[in-house]
Design a protein around this ligand. Structure first.
Ligand SMILES: Nc1ncnc2c1ncn2[C@@H]1O[C@H](COP(=O)(O)OP(=O)(O)OP(=O)(O)O)[C@@H](O)[C@H]1O
Length: 349
């Protein structure tokens, strides 16, 4: 934060025409759009350092070697949206972990609204950019070629997602991500190593612990989950919340189980079970029944299927914590061969 007022108006115009964006005292040139969400646009940008060639980077701040970053522009049209983006900023600024996407810079500015004399706000969030796509992008591309990750690669990717989530769940203030899914995990390809997995999009994250003590609190949580937690990855207690329950980070463990299934088979287990039947995702999730793809290809071991089933325990109280899951994934990683073939990321198992 800290732009001048006249600079801010100019900023809105320039972003719209796809050129330069100031975020505080840093100038970024938009290269192209990378993605789009409910109320956000994400752009690939290059920092223009000519104004501050010798400016020292903020302490501990990420500095891109090639000057490229991802700039997320969030449209803020209500007080609720303002609170949400402030929380996204606060939560993503609080992490320093290789499997969580750090926030590099941010500002929230006022812009002229569509109606005469009206004002809106926009938030600009700058992150390191990773151009190898999300886990979902990679799975989709592989599926079209009939390819699957080898077992050990599935486990290495999953181990990193668990490590990032454990960091969130066990900090001074434990946070839940609440929207963990393959579309919110960036993959960074590395030579002769499994890809690095980085969890992003903390726009739905909240403190993990929630005490629900009445029907109205339960309904409010369900309503919130309906807009913030993607349905195929949403835990049963967020579909049908009891009136007296302590919610914690294990709602994310449900999404972890779905994400492990998807890393093997390309979709969430409940999308897979329903197929084209048009059935209810809520009922499928609440039953906890999983159908496994038949046939020898891809031949994932039963141990991975059992691992998924363990995480997809419909009763929250019986579901493992992320620490339990990390412990188990380490045991599985030790069990499977780690030769070069196993470490290549994009190949048939
Ligand atoms: N740091 C990044 N590097 C590369 N691509 C990114 C980065 N951040 C976001 N993207 C791209 O932009 C898309 C949208 O980003 P993000 O999920 O943060 O926005 P969102 O509005 O919260 O989306 P959604 O409504 O789907 O949750 C991502 O799916 C991804 O393709």
């Amino acid at each position: 934060m800290g732009c001048t007022w006249s600079g801010l108006n100019a900023l809105y115009e320039v972003v719209s025409s796809g050129q330069d964006v100031w975020v505080n005292d840093r100038r970024f040139k938009i290269v192209r759009q990378l993605g789009e969400g409910g109320f956000a646009f994400v752009y690939l940008v290059r920092e223009q350092t000519s104004e501050h060639p010798n400016r020292a980077p903020k302490k501990e701040s990420f500095v891109s070697a090639d000057g490229l970053y991802a700039l997320k522009k969030v449209l803020v049209q209500s007080d609720e949206q303002l609170e949400l983006v402030k929380r996204e900023i606060q939560i993503s600024s609080s992490f320093n972990h290789p499997n969580l996407l750090p926030l590099v810079e941010h500002s929230i500015i006022a812009v002229k609204g569509a109606q005469e004399g009206s004002w809106n706000q926009e938030a600009y969030l700058v992150f390191p950019v990773h151009l190898d796509g999300t886990l979902l992008d990679n799975l989709t591309a592989m599926q079209t070629k009939g390819e699957f990750f080898p077992t050990i690669t599935v486990l290495y990717i999953f181990k990193q997602i668990c490590a990032g989530l454990k960091h969130m769940h066990t900090g001074d203030t434990p946070y839940s991500h609440n929207d963990l899914k393959p579309g919110n995990v960036l993959l960074v390809k590395r030579k002769d190593q499994p890809p690095q997995a980085i969890i992003m999009d903390f726009g739905s994250a909240t403190p993990s612990k929630k005490q629900i003590r009445s029907r109205s609190q339960a309904l409010a949580l369900q309503e919130w989950a309906a807009t913030h937690c993607s349905a195929p990855y949403r835990a049963p207690e967020l579909w049908d919340c009891p009136s007296n329950v302590d919610i914690d980070g294990r709602t994310d463990v449900w999404s972890l189980g779905c994400t492990l299934f998807a890393t093997m088979y390309g979709v969430s287990p409940f999308e897979y079970s329903l197929g084209d039947s048009g059935g209810s995702l809520q009922l499928a999730a609440m039953s906890g029944q999983i159908k496994w793809p038949a046939g020898p290809n891809p031949p994932y071991p039963d141990a991975l299927h059992q691992f998924v089933t363990w995480m997809l325990q419909p009763q929250l109280a019986l579901r493992p914590s992320v620490e339990d899951v990390c412990f188990h994934v380490d045991k599985l990683v030790a069990k499977f061969p780690t030769g070069l073939n196993g470490l290549r990321s994009l190949q048939k198992p």
